[in-house]
Design a protein around this ligand. Sequence first.
Ligand code: ADP
Ligand code: ASP
Ligand code: MG
Length: 832
Amino acid sequence: MTTDRPVSLDRWKIHKFGGSSLADAACFERVGEIVLSLPHARLGVVVSAMGGMTNQLLSLTELAGQGSAFGDDLRDIGGRYEETAAALVPGAVREDLVDQWQDDARDIENILQAMSKAGSAPGHGSDIVAGFGELWSARLLAAHLEHKAGPARAGRWIDARQIITVRHSDLGPTVLWDASQAAFDRQVTDDFTGIAVITGFIAADEAGKQTTLGRNGSDFSAAIFAALADADELDIWTDVDGVMSADPNRVPDAQIIHSLSYNEAMELAYFGAKVIHPQTLGPVIDNDIAVVIRNSFHPQHPGSRISTVADPDGEIKGITAIGDMALVNLEGAGMIGVPGTADRLFAALKDAGVSVTLISQASSEHSICIAVPSSLAERAKSVISIAFADELAGGQIQSVDVTDRQSIVAVVGDGMAGHPGIAARFFTNLARAGINVRAIAQGSSERNISAVIDSDDATRALRAVHSGFYLSAKTISVGVIGAGVVGGTLLDQLHRQASRLRDRFNLDLRVRAIARSSRMLLGDRAIELAAWREALAECETPVDFDLFEQHVNPDHLPHAVIIDCTADEGIAGRYADWLRKGIHVITPNKKAFSGSQQYYRALREAASAGGSQYFYETTVGAALPVIKTIRDLVDTGDRIHSIKGILSGTLAYLFNVYDGSKPFSAIVREAKENGYTEPDPRDDLSGMDVARKLTILARELGQSIEIGEFPVESLVPASLAGESIDGFLAGLAGFDDAMQDRFDKARSDGKVLRYIATLDEHGAAAVGLREVAADDAFSSMQLTDNLVQFRSDRYSQNPLVIQGPGAGPEVTAGGVFGDLLKLAANLGNGAH
Ligand code: ADP
Ligand code: ASP
Ligand code: MG
């Protein structure tokens, strides 16, 4: 909890609205409503220029400096202002505003023409032109508030140039407090009540000339006014809900920070969090004024509170990056043990007006590395080269190098102090994302750790570090390929369980991509699973598996898994690539794991190289725990001697039903009509499906076998292999007698026919139709059940038996879901 003073209705309250909150007439209306709903007797409302206006004005000065025409652009600016005014204030007031604008436009033209003649855009002229945006906003908002609330409450606006006086130095503008306070007290008397709109950004210098507080400086203006008015709180209204854990434009999962200490906010601002201008905090800290960052588009949100004390919401508060930096590296064995090298270096830089953002010195003192804004890099290099000219000539210092296009990424938080492991986590996440760190610095306050990296890597770095610190370790991005019976059922199951998994296990499963044969659906944060069918039906994005993969595996999420619910060989051929990139794979598709021995090995290697995992329990016996059982037995030291199983639900069904009373071909036809077979029943009767399953089991035992190396009895007569499906079904009747003979022979021996796969510990494998005794476990089967028997050292007298439904969308999808939970459990254990 914070211990701020209670907010009094009589004391001044300062609110600041940035350009993003004042982009157009609708924004002004919204701001008007917020301001007029505030109960305080004395309100100062500091405004920025309309969003983008300062840039528009500055581009006029650039045009003029280059001697280019600026007239059209200036008219566009006027048009925008007039249009906004027309929507906000009645006719007569609008005309006044437009007249004033025309006066201003003439002044601007004069300045720009002088710039055109001089062939440059001098700073003072640019400052004057740039500052008009704030004047126009203030006049317009004041007029609008007066129109809405009447002159007793509103209508007044204050020109900050009359109040704030600053002196410019290398460190930026310094406020001359006494002069500014005296001006404020003169202009705003003690008995003032109502709403005063105040221009942000602009001020006067000691000579009384107009100046600005620097880009984004309206936040600073607001803080200065809060101090001058002795306000007890400053609210900065912008277009996001508050200070976020990272720039939301770069890190989609950025979270709101509810409360920050002044120091934390200062570090974040210094290292580039644009939401607050870095100088803003000086005046409020000195006067113990709480700052609240809020969203003018979402005023009911409480925002972020910045004050002396902050809730210790964890070890770090935010992650930021500043770009456009250069590293200047001074290297040489001659610096070792020589006192004063650093002093000379910084004295030279200070004299040249180069501000240093980060310093890192190797402990051997063999090199000193500084990060400076790119624009100052060459100046820094030349002053260093001059300061150390003797050492460079004498060879004690070998070189002064500049590396450009660098960014500084920083993690910030008061809670870091005395908390071991933060730096490790920071650098591990950078390393995992393959980002090279060029220099490192940690403030002695232990409130920030910063790393210098290539600018091209900056967004990826922010995302990787953010996910390492902020997201649940169990946030998993999920892509599903194949939205037919199994895939579709899985998506429905995920939808039903999502909130329970989140609440109970902190497991955040985000289905971000679904692909079916021709199209794919990509979701921004996640696809809304309540309506995935409709969204997929409507979406027209053609399938592109490279895009699919990139979308499922973005930098900002810690884990990604692709679930392949097809039986497609081409997709199975992509697993190795995915696994190598760290994407986990889950599938009921047998093609990859029963494919060539070479590909099977490649999958293992890819998974170990990528630190990824794959699960395929449902390739054998649907959700029955067949593969898990083998792993558990082997891992706990048991030795499996043999496996014997009915591994095809379809073949199980056909021979359960076949009792000699009806021809076998009729039973096949009925089974097909009832949906118990593949669309082409030969896919089941060929035995290949069973052979693939047996191959998978053998490989789990460490055997290297391949399809084609062991006997597989096909129940498809060779002469019917090339027929159409109907032709096959008709032709099969010609083989009914042969099947009947086998059945009768078995029956005369007291046996039944079953389609069985066998494997022994020496790799002898076989698949085919066998006779089994009527009292054998394999004879008394139910419908489409699968049955697998294991004989092992432990289970030698009596085999371990797994039996149950081995097919069907609900159980198969459930098994895939189970694999996903196993993956999540492993991730939670620190594995990745
Ligand atoms: P305004 O016009 O209100 O001054 P700015 O554009 O200057 O607004 O600042 C708000 C913007 O700052 C946000 O829209 C966001 O894009 C950006 N930003 C950068 N870092 C952060 C952060 N850590 N938290 C919140 N916003 C941030
Ligand atoms: N309008 C100025 C700018 O764009 C100041 C501000 O918005 O804070 O830099
Ligand atoms: Mg701003």
